[in-house]
Write a protein that binds this ligand. Structure first.
Ligand code: HEC
Ligand code: HEC
Length: 116
């Protein structure tokens, strides 16, 4: 009986997850532009979606700044610096968040810059 009850509870838990409607997105890896990143000496971006969900409302980003589909946003540093995507006016181009020149705050594997 114990085992059966355990299975039943497990099945109920499984059934309950999709009904909450929100699967955790967690961290999204950006590496579409990996060749260009390698040339610049930086690695892929690990975007903490979960952290941004706590500091911003969904509609501050979706759909105006980012399409809510993985891989559907053609992000580049040029566009970021022009005030698009991560560099949008209230984001990493404003005092509200760390600035775009802090490469290592977004990119993994940033090599130390040689000082002359
Ligand atoms: C700071 C901006 C920001 C906020 C706030 C934000 N998102 Fe996102 N979201 C993104 C980015 C960036 C992506 C990745 C898009 C890509 O891969 O090109 C994304 C991706 C997604 C995806 C696609 C995930 C996948 O696996 O394909 C969904 C769904 C989504 N967001 C829903 C939400 C919901 C719901 C909220 C609010 C609870 C939210 N987002 C808040 C920026 C944001
Ligand atoms: C706020 C976060 C953020 C910061 C800070 C940032 N980047 Fe990026 N960067 C991104 C994202 C997101 C992409 C898109 C990655 C993809 O889709 O493949 C990207 C893409 C790139 C690319 C490849 C595309 C392109 O534009 O050529 C290079 C190279 C790059 N970044 C270099 C840098 C350097 C160098 C710095 C520091 C001066 C920097 N980044 C700072 C988020 C950031």
């Amino acid at each position: 009986m114990r085992v059966k009850a355990g299975i039943l509870i497990f099945a109920l838990l499984l059934a309950a997850v999709p009904s909450t409607g929100l699967a955790a997105i967690g961290t999204i890896r950006f590496d579409d532009k990996i060749e260009s990143m390698k040339k610049a000496g930086v690695g892929p971006v690990m975007f903490p979606h979960d952290k941004h969900e706590k500091t911003n409302k969904c509609d501050e980003c979706h759909p105006k700044i980012f399409k809510d589909k993985r891989g559907e946003n053609n992000i580049s540093m040029k566009l970021n610096m022009e005030g698009k995507f991560c560099g949008s006016p209230n984001c990493h181009n404003s005092p509200k968040a760390f600035p775009l020149f802090q490469c290592a705050s977004c990119h993994t594997g940033v090599k130390a810059v040689k000082k002359n």
